[in-house]
Design a binder for this molecule. Structure first.
Ligand SMILES: *Cc1c(COP(=O)(O)O)cnc(C)c1O
Length: 401
């Protein structure tokens, strides 16, 4: 029995009439509570309190308070998550700290399915640290086999942003630990999408963004988790004043703050944090196990309807529930044009080069009827070749978001 009332959660979002939104894995829609909260934060807090808002409105403590709310969604202990900056920055912080904790080894291991920004950050950090350091990549299915005693840190995005393949966090973490390797889990496509059990899996570090499945809005801040056993040893490489033990002492020497506070860097983005805080209200009364069960049901329905009606689309996502996240991807050489046609007909997914059509399933505001209708429209577009128009062809050098 589902405990979650998905009709109620759907009413908590402002969705454009007539649009079926299957892109919440890229940018979540607007929760109505965010509109109200932002208006209030702007006029009553910023507008009236000005600088006094840091104390009177509790702005200073917001990164931790919101971090604790996220901790509840990712199986983390209270006091282990803090919010701020962007995910790319949080990847850098986690990697720099983890590498320093395993100083005799110089290899960062990741996989070719990881999101490029994570790999660019890792490669850039390796270059900064010197010629001994190396970013090593394995194929997504070969990560376990690629773990060995030369590896310092394993950096994995739990759910592959293109294919939706889900790595086994418990098994990979256990194998890494047995070989003396620290783990960093990127939860960009996991937080708010499926049950994550950081503490139970003994993950060392985790990072993630909030503008995807947590609906904080464009540019919403990221989060970082450090396991309690590491937090007092993890040295923050980005040692900004907000992560200092006592920011307002204005000491010349840096001393890391207590616990997860040390992973703060600079002034927190209060408006975006307020939006995130309000967006998290949607989760009150929601059981993430229900979200997972419904998301798999939506995904299964989409796969069966699309495979029945569009034999030329090739499923890129594993069928096994345990091996996938909350998205379904299909491959087609004309994927770009097909996605443009879909968007024109009110079904919003996205395209990822070279040939992936990607659809995110977010039960908080997407239901079975939406999925049936989206599949029907896709079947119609394929059968009638409605994608085959000059206007839908990919312009050379286009920015595809
Ligand atoms: C979305 C995403 C990012 C984006 O990073 P930003 O710094 O927020 O732009 C990074 N990594 C992964 C795995 C992602 O899915």
């Amino acid at each position: 029995m589902m405990k979650t009332d998905f009709d109620a959660t759907r009413r908590a979002f402002d969705l454009p009439e007539g649009m079926i939104y299957l892109d919440g894995n890229s940018l979540g829609p607007l929760p109505t509570a965010v509109r109200e909260r932002l208006a209030r934060t702007v006029s009553e807090e910023w507008g009236e309190m000005l600088i006094g808002g840091w104390n009177r409105a509790g702005w200073m403590g917001l990164p931790r308070r919101v971090g604790d709310r996220i901790a509840g969604l990712i199986g983390a202990e209270p006091g282990t998550v803090v919010v701020g900056d962007t995910l790319s920055i949080k990847v850098y912080q986690a990697l720099a700290s983890a590498l320093e904790m395993n100083p005799s080894r110089k290899v960062i291991l990741s996989d070719t399915g990881n999101f490029p920004s994570d790999l660019y950050i890792a490669g850039g950090l390796a270059r900064t640290l010197g010629p001994d350091y190396e970013l090593r990549l394995a194929a997504p299915g070969d990560l376990a086999a690629a773990l060995d005693e030369t590896v310092a840190v394993l950096l994995v995005t739990e759910v592959d942003y293109r294919t939706g393949y889900r790595h086994d966090m418990a098994a990979l973490t256990a194998r890494a630990h047995a070989l003396g390797i620290l783990t960093i889990w990127d939860l960009a496509h996991s937080a708010g999408a499926l049950p994550v059990k950081l503490a139970a899996c003994k993950a060392d570090f985790a990072v993630g963004c909030t503008y995807k499945y947590l609906n904080s809005g464009p540019g919403g801040p990221a989060f970082i988790y450090v396991a309690p056993r590491h937090i007092d040893h993890a040295r923050p490489a980005l040692s900004g004043w907000m992560g200092h033990e006592s920011p307002f002492a204005f000491d010349l020497d840096y001393r890391p703050g207590r616990g997860i506070e040390r992973m703060r860097v600079g002034t927190p983005p209060i408006l975006q944090l307020a939006a995130l805080d309000a967006a998290l209200d949607v989760w009150d009364g929601v059981d993430i196990e229900d979200v997972r069960a419904r998301s798999l049901e939506l995904g299964d329905l989409f796969v069966s309807e699309v495979e029945a009606g569009c034999p030329e689309l090739v499923l890129a996502t594993p069928r096994a529930h345990g091996e996938r996240g909350s998205q379904i991807s299909f491959r087609h050489p004309e994927g770009y044009a097909i996605m443009q046609a879909l968007i024109d007909e009110g079904v919003v997914g996205d395209f990822r080069a070279p040939d992936i059509l990607r659809f995110g399933f977010t039960p908080l505001y997407v239901g079975l009827d939406d999925v049936r209708r989206a599949a029907q429209i896709l079947v119609g577009i394929m059968a009638g070749r409605r994608w085959d128009k000059a206007a839908y062809r990919r312009p050379a050098g286009a920015v595809v978001t």
